[in-house]
Design a binder for this molecule. Structure first.
Ligand code: NAD
Length: 296
């Protein structure tokens, strides 16, 4: 079993981001700035936000944190987002999900100025990269692509894993991970199969896939019930808190007996997601200030 180490790559990318920000600060006298918005007190969300703020400080991105109460209304959240949209000192806005009231999610995301949408979840952000034809075009565009799928693509690229013409099985069809990673895989010439909770023949699909990306939130789901193709690459996106600690959607004890490459949990995609948030914040700064800077 080969491990795809997200931490190693994240460290390299953070080093590059830090160097670029140093140059930017010298020439513009400014630092990119990210606003993080948390509604309520979800303990897991608080931990994620803290990691994001810490990562910002490590690379020289300023961060401003806003915490509204669980009872905040749609108007309260939209007013805050509009203030941040209008604040020229803020380059990126991250609304931590899930919101306590799920029904407000779309309206709140849709309020974020797409140019500051560092999570890449605004319909315009989604549309912009989905309409481009190739992965190279997406990279050149400096668009804000959703962080987790972008991190997965960079991880595969770092380990020289061929996507072109491969059969990619995406398990999970969320807006956050499943749908956007499928678009990116298509842009890189993969043949993509999307599976989800209503898929009936998953066992047949895991047996033929060259790459499996699983994001469903069920601990150790991909277990010995599922056959795997020899040499399959598995990207485990799941983050599940169990009484034995954090684990992914893949049963590591099963796959370690197989000839596979896997991004483990922890140490795989999670670290890359935060690093892509940093990269997107820097991109947003570059785009907003119309700086001539090599693509990230
Ligand atoms: P979600 O929770 O919104 O939806 C779950 C998806 O899984 C749905 O599309 C559903 O159809 C599918 N599903 C559920 N049961 C299934 C089954 N038995 N067979 C096949 N498909 C099934 O998805 P999400 O927001 O993408 O989160 C999924 C997991 O990924 C969670 O554990 C989450 O914490 C994790 N996550 C990790 C990162 C990261 O940075 N590593 C980022 C986002 C999400």
């Amino acid at each position: 079993m080969e491990m795809l180490n997200g931490r190693e790559l994240a460290k390299n990318i953070k080093k590059t981001i830090t160097e670029k920000i140093k140059i930017i600060t010298k020439t513009t006298n400014q630092n990119p700035a990210l606003a993080t918005v948390l509604i309520g007190e979800n303990p897991a969300s608080q931990i994620y936000i803290q990691s994001k703020i810490k990562a910002c400080h490590e690379v020289g991105i300023k961060s401003y944190h806003y915490n509204l109460s669980t009872n905040a209304t749609e108007r309260d959240i939209i007013n805050l987002i509009n203030d941040l949209n209008n604040n020229s000192n803020i380059n990126g806005i991250l609304l931590q999900l899930p919101l306590p009231q799920h029904s407000l999610t779309n309206n709140c995301i849709n309020t974020i100025n797409p140019n500051k949408d560092v999570d890449g979840l605004h319909p315009l952000s989604y549309g912009r990269f989905s309409l481009l034809k190739s992965w190279e075009d997406i990279l050149k565009s400096n668009l804000l692509v959703p962080c987790t799928p972008l991190g997965i693509m960079k991880l595969l690229q770092y380990y020289n894993i061929e996507v072109n013409k491969k059969l990619v099985l995406v398990i999970g069809r969320s807006n956050l991970v499943g749908k956007p990673i499928a678009m990116l895989m298509l842009a890189k010439n993969a043949t993509v199969i999307m599976a989800h909770s209503k898929t009936v023949n998953l066992k047949q699909l895991t047996a033929i896939a060259d790459i499996i990306i699983i994001a469903i939130g069920i601990p150790n789901f991909l277990s010995n019930k599922y056959s795997l193709k020899k040499g399959v690459v598995i990207i485990d996106v799941g983050i599940n808190r169990t009484q034995h600690g954090i684990c992914g959607d893949v049963d590591l004890d099963y796959v370690k007996t197989k000839n596979v490459a896997i991004s483990p949990v922890p140490g795989g995609v999670g670290t890359m997601t935060i690093t892509m948030l940093l990269e997107n914040t820097l991109k947003a700064f570059i785009n907003q200030n119309k700086l001539k800077f090599p693509q990230l």
